[in-house]
Design a protein. Structure first.
Lengths: 234, 115
């Protein structure tokens, strides 16, 4: 298989370049892209990428494979490789530290902005704050986000304004706390989102939905936040 | 919260709502004008001028003109904040757009009530 790999080492390279590597893929197996990265690293130990759990839980190995973002560890070659060619690039829109490793700081800053934790100003109960089954079900499809950044870095609105637009990942998390029956900061949370950028820069192109490796729907969550903002304003 | 002063509305919701409402008005006006032209083949100047003598047509036209101004302001402001990164250039673009829209609205009013 022909691999085209994004290479950049700031210590030795003046600019990034694409390295072409021919790799023998064992017959009769459908490897994951992460396995391919390991085979490449056996050839050249300098090739750098992030990985940890290798089963789609930790969200470390988000990369751009043949133009689509995804987790290398749960993406089989058969699902993305065409004409025996695989192009591997870092997640777009974030500064590259080295090879496939990007600086996630702009992404985390947006996550921090939405205050991703329960805020409740009522006295704490002795044991725990209980939820009804119905209220708990409202968090399904939201809490599963693993912060891999595949969605936000597939979003042109995030590419153009990473400092102002919260991005699909941050917004699905924002809605997760807005809709949580145990959270009492709904009004403050909405007030913090009501500007022309944080939520409203979403143009609904749904790249986030297409690439989310957990099958989540940030566009729907953003629509729900917009509805909440609208109800609050009218 | 991102603080912005050059957008039309006072916050994200108002811009979003203005964009949608103005789109509905513009769609209705487009259907009205195209429908009128289709239903009146061989239109004469007297007929056309008579249409715009009607007060409700003038009000509808003015509403559409204002909607066009609002719609274009919100839309082009968004485009400028996406694609024009140098602040000076962005401000210049936004100033040119707003001035042009203001001219069009005043000019449009003059045409509507001047004939």
């Amino acid at each position: 298989m022909q691999i085209s790999l994004y290479r950049y080492n700031p210590e030795t390279d003046s600019e990034p370049y694409m390295q072409n590597i021919d790799l023998d893929i064992p017959d009769g197996q459908d490897l994951m892209v992460l396995d391919v990265l390991h085979l490449l690293k056996e050839k050249d130990a300098g090739i750098s990428f992030r990985r940890s759990c290798r089963e789609g839980v930790c969200g470390s190995d988000g990369v751009n494979m043949n133009g689509a973002n995804g987790l290398a560890c749960i993406t089989p070659l058969s699902s993305i490789v065409k004409k025996n060619k695989l192009v591997l690039r870092p997640l777009p829109g974030l500064p590259v530290i080295r090879d496939l490793i990007v600086d996630m700081e702009p992404f985390y800053q947006q996550y921090e902005k939405i205050e991703p934790y329960l805020i409740n100003d009522t006295p704490a109960p002795t044991l725990e704050r209980l939820q009804t089954i119905e209220d708990r079900e409202k968090l399904d499809g939201l809490y599963e986000c693993i912060l891999c950044a595949c969605c936000s870095t597939a979003c042109p609105s995030f590419w153009w304004n990473p400092d102002k637009f919260v991005g699909p990942s941050g917004l699905i998390q924002a809605y997760r706390f807005l809709i949580d029956s145990r959270d009492t900061a709904t009004e403050d949370r909405l007030a913090n989102l009501d500007d022309p950028f944080s939520v409203f820069r979403c143009r609904g192109i749904m790249n986030c939905v297409t690439v989310c490796p957990k099958g989540l729907n940030p566009t729907r969550a953003i629509g729900n936040i917009r509805d909440m903002l609208l109800k609050r304003a009218i | 919260m991102v603080t912005i002063v050059t957008n039309l509305g006072k916050n994200g919701v108002s811009d979003w709502l203005l964009q949608r409402l103005s789109a509905v008005v513009l769609a209705a006006y487009t259907v009205f004008i195209i429908g009128y032209l289709l239903l009146n083949p061989g239109l004469t100047y007297v007929q056309w001028s008579g249409l715009f003598d009607l007060t409700w047509v003038r009000i509808f036209s003015l509403l559409s003109l204002l909607s066009l101004g609002a719609h274009a302001w919100v839309g082009l402001w968004t485009v400028s904040t996406d694609y024009i990164k140098p602040t000076g250039l962005r401000l210049l673009f936004q100033s040119v757009v707003v001035t042009a829209l203001f001219v069009y609205v005043v000019w449009g009013i003059q045409i509507l009530w001047g004939v």
